[in-house]
Design a protein around this ligand. Structure first.
Ligand code: FES
Ligand SMILES: [Fe+2]
Length: 372
């Protein structure tokens, strides 16, 4: 699991000015709430007085209030009031990590890391979101798997015909299956996008709705360790519109065995409201077919060396994704989960926020990192 990327924290509608929203990422606790301007704020959950959980407290006047002795934290993480000091200034060390936030696609994202703004990898830009002619459905999937396994599943085109037999597609011809998957580099990730032969999806319940010539292209890419995109293009209509499903998965690694996936399913066909349910039924059936596989993989976390699996040419996108992870290992962004596990219960940890590069004297330890 990696610091220095954007992670979904909660849905916009879950995050309010009245009570803290509690989220767990990398096994660590966070809270989110809205300040007096209505902006979402994301803080580390652990109170620096004596370890109270801010998530168990309340929010008042844009401040998170610890339930134990009432210390009040502003959205920037500074403790603004210690009730027992009776109006005196709180100690300078009284601060918790506060993370940069972006609110997009009905989701509140936090940048969980300490990079300055100019060096941060971007949040994925879904250009067609909210555009005319596109319809979005938003789902939360709570999956009992490690997030890396879920990303790798999305980057694997061969599984479709086995895991999704009803869908039957996009099915690759045997020539394509034998060839090395054509993976290209994109900023902060890798991508494949290609014609899938002539068997595109003819069995699906939705196929009869199509108009125009078959395009039959599909592919997936990742940006960062936890953002996955799949586009499936079906036909080109008379006005040159390509009918497509665009699927975006923003993954929150809850811990080493659980992932909360914020799934945005966008389409530019089947737009009638009465088709929503049908699209949802087919989409969620496919998603649950994947989940059933993902929740029974062994080992739970992808092996650290490729010799513990037999990778095929069609697994090339998985190989390239893992190479990206190694690159981020070398930058010192990988959390040392073993060290974290060893000290669990003895030490409270937080993901370092950008503020740690500007001031010292932090009470809560920053998470241990591999290679740093
Ligand atoms: S532990 Fe939070 S105020 Fe005392
Ligand atoms: Fe799948």
């Amino acid at each position: 699991m990696y610091i220095n990327f954007w992670y979904p924290i909660g849905l916009s509608k879950e995050i309010t000015a009245d009570e803290p929203f509690h989220a767990q990422v990398f096994g660590l606790p966070f809270i989110a709430f809205r300040d007096q301007a209505g902006d979402a704020r994301v803080l580390s959950d652990t109170c620096v007085h004596r370890g109270g959980s801010l998530g168990k407290g309340r929010v008042n006047n844009g401040r998170a209030i610890c339930p134990y002795h009432g210390w009040e934290y502003a959205g920037d993480g500074r403790c603004a009031r210690v009730p027992s000091l009776d109006g005196a200034k709180p100690p300078a060390r009284a601060k918790v990590d506060s993370y940069p936030v972006q609110e997009k696609y009905g989701i509140v994202f936090a940048f969980l890391g300490d990079l300055p703004e100019s060096e941060r990898p971007p949040l994925y830009d879904v250009e067609e979101y909210g555009q005319e002619g596109w319809k979005a459905q938003n789902y939360i999937l709570n999956v009992g798997c490690y997030y890396q396994r879920s990303l790798e599943n999305g980057l694997d085109p061969i599984h479709n015909e086995f895991v999704h037999p009803l869908q039957g597609a996009p099915k690759m011809s045997s020539d394509l299956q034998k060839a090395l998957l054509p993976v290209t580099e994109i900023p902060w990730g890798t991508k494949f996008f290609m014609p899938f032969g002539d068997k595109l999806d003819e069995n699906t319940a939705l196929a009869s709705q199509r108009e125009g010539d078959t395009v039959g292209k599909a592919g997936s890419w990742h940006q960062g360790p936890n953002q996955l995109v799949t586009w499936i293009e079906f036909t080109k209509t008379d006005d040159n519109t390509i009918t497509a499903f665009h699927q975006y998965f923003f993954e929150q690694p809850v811990d080493e065995g659980h992932t909360r996936i914020f799934f945005l399913n966008i389409r530019n066909w089947l737009l009638d409201d009465e088709l929503d349910q049908r699209v949802e039924d087919v989409t969620l059936r496919i998603v649950h077919e994947d989940i059933s596989i993902l929740e029974s993989l062994s080992p739970v976390r992808s092996p650290e060396t490729n010799t513990k699996e037999i990778l095929m040419p069609g697994d090339q996108a998985v190989v390239r994704y893992r190479q990206c992870l190694r690159d981020w290992d070398n930058r010192g962004w990988r959390i040392d989960m073993r060290a974290l596990r060893d000290q669990a219960g003895d030490v409270a940890f937080a993901i370092p926020c950008p503020g740690r590069r500007e001031s010292g004297n932090w009470v809560i330890d920053a998470v241990p990192l591999v290679n740093s």
